[in-house]
Design a protein around this ligand. Structure first.
Ligand code: CA
Length: 219
């Protein structure tokens, strides 16, 4: 093979490689385009029940310190789960909101640490954390490192040393909490819980008829 032939082989190889890359990029674009969720918030890297590419994506913007979020989890979520969350075309994600200050931040760091270390236990931890919120006097301090460790040890198999480190200034999940905070601002969340379904923010998160309507119209 002379120099020119070598050059031809090399060029053909490069062109083929570029074609393959283009093909793959277009393919993944096509896949994303089959799901039109309007101005929906990005759920990449968020705890999600079901297929993240499902036709209908429901997002809860919640705050573990917020009494209405606890209520929503007890009143609306079970119905939603029964009606839709076993449907492969519907997914549910949770994004942290930090409207109640230091305790919101602490609880968010805890949930992100669980999600990072032991994602399969996230929803058990999430549920137990809301259950630990006092029914009355929810303004009193209840999100403490000790309480969070207790709940994590009961519901997950995280490394408790790492978990505790993640609650402090050397946290490895600070960035995740700050990503959530950015999404909250970007989505214009005004109160908690806020529920977004395929880009549409609910005026009243407790309006289950409206939730059903938004899901059904995109199924
Ligand atoms: Ca998150």
């Amino acid at each position: 093979m002379n120099k020119n032939q070598l050059l031809v082989v090399f060029t053909v190889g490069v062109v083929a490689l570029i074609a393959v890359v283009f093909f793959l990029v277009n393919q993944s674009n096509e896949k994303e385009q089959t799901v039109d969720r309007g101005d929906h918030v990005s759920i990449a890297g968020q705890p999600t029940l079901g297929d993240p590419n499902a036709k209908v994506s429901i997002v809860e913007f919640g705050d573990y310190k917020c009494p209405s979020c606890k209520q929503w989890g007890e009143m609306i979520y079970p119905q939603l789960k029964e009606d839709y969350l076993d449907n492969e075309d519907v997914s549910f994600s949770y994004i942290n909101v930090l409207f109640h200050g230091q305790e919101s931040i602490l609880a968010s760091l805890a949930s992100e640490s669980v999600y990072k270390q032991d994602p399969d236990s996230f929803w058990a931890f999430h549920k137990a954390l809301y259950a630990a919120q006092p029914e009355v006097q929810h303004d009193e301090v209840w999100v403490t490192v000790e309480k969070l460790k207790e709940i994590a040890s009961e519901t997950t198999s995280v490394d408790l040393g790492q978990f505790e480190a993640d609650l402090g200034e050397n946290s490895t999940v600070l960035e995740n909490v700050s990503i959530d905070d950015g999404l909250v601002k970007e989505s214009g969340v005004q109160f908690t819980p806020s529920i977004m379904i395929n880009g549409v923010m609910l005026e009243d998160p407790f309006d289950y008829d409206r939730i059903k309507q938004l899901i059904e119209q995109d199924l």
